[in-house]
Design a protein around this ligand. Sequence first.
Ligand code: F3S
Length: 398
Amino acid sequence: MDLSRQEQETLDGEEGEAAAKAMAILQAVGNIYGADKLIPVTSAQVAGVSYKTIGDAGLEFLEDFASKGAKATIPAYLNPAGMDLKDWKRMGVPKKFAEKQLQIMSSYTKIGISPTCTCAPYHIGIRPALGEHVAWSESNAISFANSMLGARTNRESAVSALASAIIGKTPNFGLHLEENRKAGFIVAVTARMEKMTDFGALGAIVGKIARDRNPAFIGIPRTKATEERMKSLGAAMAATGSVALYFAKDITPEWNVEKGTPIETIEVSQDIVDEQKAVMQTEKGAVGLVAIGCPHCSIGEIREIAKKLESRPAGKSLAMKLWVCTSRKTKDEADKLGLSKIIEKAGGLVVADTCMVVAPLEEMGFKSTAVNSGKAATYLPSLCGQRVKFADIEELLN
Ligand code: F3S
């Protein structure tokens, strides 16, 4: 990959050790993937925040990087941490974990990454425009940015997104190039797609068969395709596979299906979706935790939960723990609107900055968790040792 004179000077250390390291990371990534040059990006979204996922090695790397003067030069945002940064005690997070998590946050703050701590930045107004190049690293956020917004990002790693935050650029390859933003197969959906779990299950099915191809959906009814449901579809495809871009007829801003080129079509019926839902159930009995908000809840989803809890029979409170996971910004809004209070009165908790997958569930003693998310249902057994119940909000709250 060619570097400009200024980029070469950065690599040679003229802007300090941390910037040189960041440039070396981007150069290595660019060389591996055959990029021709670096291109500017308008924002970076940095994963690798939870102490559970990055551990002591990650913490040491960040502390070292911060001490060497690493500084973000473009707007940069953080993915969820391992706990609610303000209310971790109420969540039941062990003190030792919390201390390490706060150290991680302090390094990111020194580097100048905004502590948004959300995997759904698009719900809090961070929405790159059609054709805008960004460097994001959380898989559902990547999918949403590419597909629902028509922005352009590769599946950055935590480290390459951090390097982009510092340099303000990314290697020009993959989904930054028009030629790679074409549909690789059609998914003809005949399932009814009436529920959130239909979208999660459809995503889990398509992710498994997509390989390196971009799926193009036909048949998803426009009226059923809310942003929340489409984020669930994208999140599940990115969890069971590595889908970073999809198209959906009359829904996504891009529809790059080449006319006249034969392309494989697979049909997904309601029976197939229902079968997938059954596969995702590994817990038939009671669960220890009901966790909603993967990806992080929008204010609309929190309103829906509060409304359902408000209409419960008088005097009835929740029989088990409920977490409603969201960003700090959305939680603040829910607090102002009185929604958090309704949820807490019923016995639940609106949990900011974290989620059921990156929080230390096992350490906290949970063995089985109920979710309405295809992505969480995919990750909870392998990453958190949980048995899973997969159902829609209504059923989970009942
Ligand atoms: Fe977000 Fe956690 Fe799900 S980071 S996409 S809520 S696994």
